[in-house]
Structures are given as structure tokens and as C-alpha cells.
Design a protein around this ligand. Structure first.
Ligand SMILES: [Fe+2]
Length: 263
């Protein structure tokens, strides 16, 4: 066989391989729906977060303040029952439900990202475990703190002003029908978004409509406020702004932004 015929055959072989490469690329990259691409970049980002080490066998972290420290905005009895009974129960239920399972050692955030594969009991209790773990950290003595630095810039960018952001978030909490949560999250584009979820769902869950990495959360279950506020959920939501630990919200925001950039 001549050199020419070998070259021609190589040419057609390479052309056919590159055609295949184009087909594969278009099938799996350009063909993916934008929401699928976004979800996959969020799945990558969550692996970079320090809380990715949490599993369904994790325990409650100790509170970084006393039960009386959020008074007069949240009373000590509510804090005690909320932390030592409600959060403790979600944690125990999650630990027990996963103890003999093959997902006991899987990262909790991975379970959230494919939560439709797991029993609702695990979803509710693992959600309850994580949501409260986050919630305790973003409260404390605020001493009149307000958002600052890169978080302040991001809030202004997404909502116009801090006041407008607080109004949007407060409405999400006040209007959530029944038990649930209000959230401020960083979405896959690195933008701050406000949302609410029912029950113990959160923005990390695959079944949640507005997905993102949560940086601020407000529990609007009645167990969070009923002893002090009874039916006045709006008053509880308005009081929340007096006890937000903005330093921790900023830390979470910066960690989320870095994770999204690295994804
Ligand atoms: Fe709660």
C-alpha cells in the first residue's frame, strides 16, 4: 500500500474521530439544559465548603451563647426548648435513621443534593438537623451590627439597599404558609437570593425550587416563637434583625463565593 493511501486513510480516521468528538461534546455539554448545568456547578461548589464534612451521624454543636443571651428578642425558655428538645430530636432521629444505612458516612450535603432518593423521614430530620445548626450560628449579641464589606456590596447589588433586602426577607418569613424557613442564599451565579421553604426543606435540597448555598436562615416554625409571641409571627420576624450575627453571615457569604468560583 502506498504512503498516499495510508495518509488518506489516516485523514478519514482522524476526521471521523473528530466528528465523534464534536458529537459527544454537543450531546453532553451544549445539549444540557441551563438548569442542569447550574445544578451541577452548585454540586461542585458545595464540596468546597467546610460543612461538607457533616454526615447523617453528626451531632449538635454546642451553642456559642447562653439561652438568655438573645433576650428580650427571643426568650430563654424558647431557646432552651428549641435547642435541647427540638434540635436534639431532629439530630437523634437523623442519627438513628442512618445508623445501619449505606449513607451513614456520606456527606450530608450530598444527600441533600439527591434528596429525592431518600425516605421523607430522613429528609425531614436531616433538614431539621442542618437548618438549626446553621440558624444558631447566625444569631448572637449583635450590638447594632449591620452588614458591611463585600456582603454589603452584594446585598446592595441584589436588592438595592439593606432596608429593601430586610423587607424582602421579612416578607418571605411572614408569608411562608405554615411551618418553614426564610433564606438568604448564594445561587450558582454567585448572586444573593431570598426564598422560603416549607417544613425542614432548605436551598441545598434537589427538591427545592430556589437552590443555593444558604448564608442566613430564619426558623418560622411556631416552636421558634410561640411562647413569647403567640400568633404574632410578624413581630418575631421584625425582632430577628436585632440579633443577627452579621460577622458570621459575612464569613458564610465569602466561603460560598469562593466555593462557587472554584467549582
Ligand atoms: Fe426550629
Amino acid at each position: 500500500m502506498s504512503d498516499n493511501s495510508n495518509s488518506r486513510r489516516d485523514f478519514f480516521r482522524k476526521a471521523s474521530l473528530s466528528g465523534l468528538a464534536i458529537f459527544v461534546t454537543s450531546r453532553f455539554s451544549f445539549g444540557a439544559k441551563p438548569s442542569e448545568q447550574a445544578n451541577s456547578s452548585l454540586k461542585q461548589a458545595i464540596t468546597k465548603l467546610s460543612e461538607y464534612q457533616l454526615t447523617a451521624q453528626s451531632k449538635q454543636n454546642p451553642l456559642q451563647y447562653g439561652y438568655t443571651d438573645l433576650e428580650p428578642y427571643i426568650d430563654a425558655k424558647t431557646m432552651e426548648i428549641h435547642f435541647s428538645k427540638h434540635h436534639a430530636a431532629y439530630t437523634k432521629n437523623m442519627n438513628e435513621a442512618s445508623a445501619t444505612s449505606d449513607f451513614a458516612s456520606k456527606p450530608l450535603f450530598q444527600l441533600f443534593s439527591e434528596i429525592e432518593k431518600y425516605p421523607v423521614f430522613l429528609k425531614n430530620n436531616a433538614g431539621g438537623f442542618y437548618n438549626h445548626l446553621l440558624f444558631w450560628t447566625i444569631m448572637g449579641h449583635s450590638n447594632g451590627q449591620e452588614p458591611e464589606g463585600t456582603l454589603l456590596n452584594a446585598i446592595n447589588d441584589s436588592f438595592g439597599t439593606v432596608a429593601k433586602f430586610k423587607e424582602t426577607f421579612s416578607i418571605a418569613g411572614k408569608k411562608q404558609f405554615g411551618s418553614g424557613w426564610a433564606w438568604l442564599s448564594v445561587n450558582e451565579q454567585g448572586k444573593l437570593v431570598v426564598s422560603s421553604t416549607p417544613n425542614q426543606d432548605n436551598p441545598l435540597m434537589s427538591t427545592t425550587e430556589v437552590k443555593g448555598i444558604p448564608v442566613l436562615a430564619l426558623d418560622v416554625w411556631e416552636h421558634a416563637y410561640y411562647l413569647q409571641y403567640q400568633n404574632r409571627r410578624p413581630d418575631y420576624v421584625d425582632s430577628f434583625w436585632k440579633i443577627v450575627n452579621w460577622k458570621e453571615v459575612s464569613r458564610r457569604y465569602e466561603e460560598a463565593i469562593l466555593a462557587i468560583k472554584q467549582a
